[in-house]
Design a protein around this ligand. Structure first.
Ligand SMILES: Nc1ncnc2c1ncn2[C@@H]1O[C@H](COP(=O)(O)OP(=O)(O)O)[C@@H](O)[C@H]1O
Length: 298
């Protein structure tokens, strides 16, 4: 695995991952379980000797913040639930789709290439995604962030292997919803272009039949002051959403098996909208009491 990561890092034009690996090994020990550090010490040839000595004698860190991943089809609600959990757990919500959109709007050197890929519903190359993600993690680290919930990453087996090579993921939540609801949810998505809030104007009602339960999802409407500022993502058109769903089953579904085989996958079927799903998700994650304690302490 490490040979692969090193090869990748050497080949990468930006070599952002290599830089990130070196800095992350030297600075935030708390973010790395000792087993991962020990593997890095053994396998990283470009780690200076002094750093090797330091790391081999580093004290065991007792606790670190969660390092979770959210998987799921476009429109399933990864962003909604991942950001709620991040608020609860005090860790950053890192959505690679947001990183891509922010690179796009920055009109930087990558933006025209990215806009073409995103607007066709295709996946951005692993190299570009790794470079954006490494930069985001390094910026967060400089601000003292620890732990994360990743949303929209990894989306390919290669990305999952690279991630596995640099850190230990504690848990992978695979969100699922009835397929019929996915397209409507994507087409109903709206973003306030002032506050950045995410809303959904879709009203979904699916009849229960042939053993399938009924499902109702009310719209998630914005407050009055956002109403006139709502925009739709350029890749949330019917044709592009269909292509993203196709690519999800081809490239991203295998990532579910990658984590299932490692015993890290928690499957969660969303029973409906936020009012029904949020408490059940907290229960599935053993966080129900945690939320109560947090609100009492607040
Ligand atoms: N991990 C990734 N690998 C490759 N491309 C990505 C990744 N994350 C985001 N993207 C690009 O950004 C677009 C938007 O991503 P996202 O906001 O996560 O959308 P979705 O609603 O499909 O989950 C994707 O269609 C893809 O082009």
């Amino acid at each position: 695995m490490y040979l692969f990561v090193q090869k990748y890092a050497v080949l990468s034009e930006q070599s952002a991952l290599r830089e990130y690996l070196c800095r992350r090994v030297l600075v935030p020990l708390a973010a790395f379980p000792m087993a991962a550090i020990a593997r890095l010490v053994k396998c990283t040839p470009y780690l200076p000797c002094a750093a090797r000595r330091f790391l081999s004698h580093a004290p065991l860190q007792k606790e670190r913040n969660v390092q979770w991943v959210f998987l799921g089809c476009p429109g399933v609600g990864k962003g909604t639930y991942a950001s709620r959990l991040c608020n609860l757990l005090g860790v950053p919500h890192i959505a690679t789709g947001d990183l891509v959109r922010s690179e796009l709007s920055s009109k930087g050197p990558l933006s025209s290439q990215l806009s073409e890929i995103v607007n066709q519903g295709k996946l951005v190359s692993d190299e570009i995604i790794m470079s954006l993600l490494s930069k985001r993690l390094a910026d967060g680290e400089a601000k003292g962030e620890s732990g994360f919930i990743l949303d929209g990453f990894p989306r390919t087996i290669k990305q999952a292997e690279i991630l596995e090579g640099v850190t230990d993921i504690d848990l992978v939540v695979n969100l699922k919803i009835q397929e019929e609801a996915l397209l409507a949810k994507c087409l109903g998505r709206r973003i306030c272009n002032e506050c950045g809030g995410n809303f959904n104007v879709a009203s979904i009602s699916i009849k229960g039949e042939n053993g399938r339960p009924a499902m109702v999802m009310d719209p998630l409407l914005p407050p009055a002051h956002c109403m006139s500022k709502l925009i739709t993502r350029s890749d949330d058109t019917e044709a592009v959403v269909q292509e993203r769903l196709r690519i999800y089953s081809e490239k991203s579904q295998p990532v579910e098996e990658f984590y299932r085989s490692r015993g890290k996958l928690l499957e969660f079927d969303l029973p409906g909208g936020i009012p029904e799903s949020w408490p059940k998700l907290l229960q599935a994650l053993n966080l129900y009491d945690y939320e109560e304690k947090q609100s009492v302490a607040a």
